[in-house]
Design a protein around this ligand. Sequence first.
Ligand code: 3PG
Length: 306
Amino acid sequence: MKVLVATEKPFAAVAVDGIRQVIEEAGYTLDLLEKYTDRSQLLTAVADADGLIIRSDVVDAEVLDAAKNLKIVVRAGAGYDNVDLAAATAHGVCVENTPGQNSNAVAELVFGMAVMAFRNMYNGTSGAELKDKTLGIHAFGQVGRNVARIARGFGMDVSALDPYCPDSVMEEADVKPVHSVEELYRDNRVVSLHIPATPETRKSVGYHLITLLPKGGLLINTARKEVIDEEGLAKALRERPDIKYVADIRPDSADALLAEFPGRVFFTPKKMGAQTSEANINAGIAAAHQVVAFLRDGINRFQVNK
Ligand code: 3PG
């Protein structure tokens, strides 16, 4: 059996070593395709793979057609919007993710970017502190929960909105449950986005919600660029010079936004929320164990295309 690790954005070397150990101890072979620049490289590499470990790499019908032996794809990470689930099901391929494994890394970056924005992008002028400010967490999944934990250390007043999460889970974490999206944006100076990219959430955060933010509002996006309505964002930033937007995913209109709103928007050059050795080790090795558990014992606990 062959397991291919295909990562356009590679894991830290130490994580690859750990993945290799798990795969080889199971008696399988590991193939590594890192930093590929052309899709054809992935199509060739996947041809004889029984298992596939990816990050944000796109796995669509074309890749699945090329992967004649493929039985399982594990997205080493949380969001699986890069995998065509229907096509995978049609090809009889199990798709899994590794929930929670990289969530602390993403949550820490939220605060790295929040401090930067509150200190005026480190331009030397007087900024503000996070202490005693309100924070609204938009979706209380694994990343959102880590954000809440860290926010307590900063002394922030935390609320969260998540129709899929019981109020009691939030309350146990000392987080105030909020039941309308308008309330979340209206009542929190900082809003941190953690919703997945789905047809329902696509462009769901735009002018209407962003302009509800209180004075000095900050929107932090470490989720997906697709959830933002970029035209609405630009209009909101134009009308409300007190608002800032910082994101770990470069929007399509990044250059225009940076030119029009200098000092008020910031984008990492490449999505790096999960780019820590710890997150790479956690997610990568979890993915390797999941591939082995599936190929060897048919265990599909984390399957997302059931
Ligand atoms: C995730 O969904 O797990 C994060 O967005 C991280 O994505 P990455 O593995 O491409 O860095």
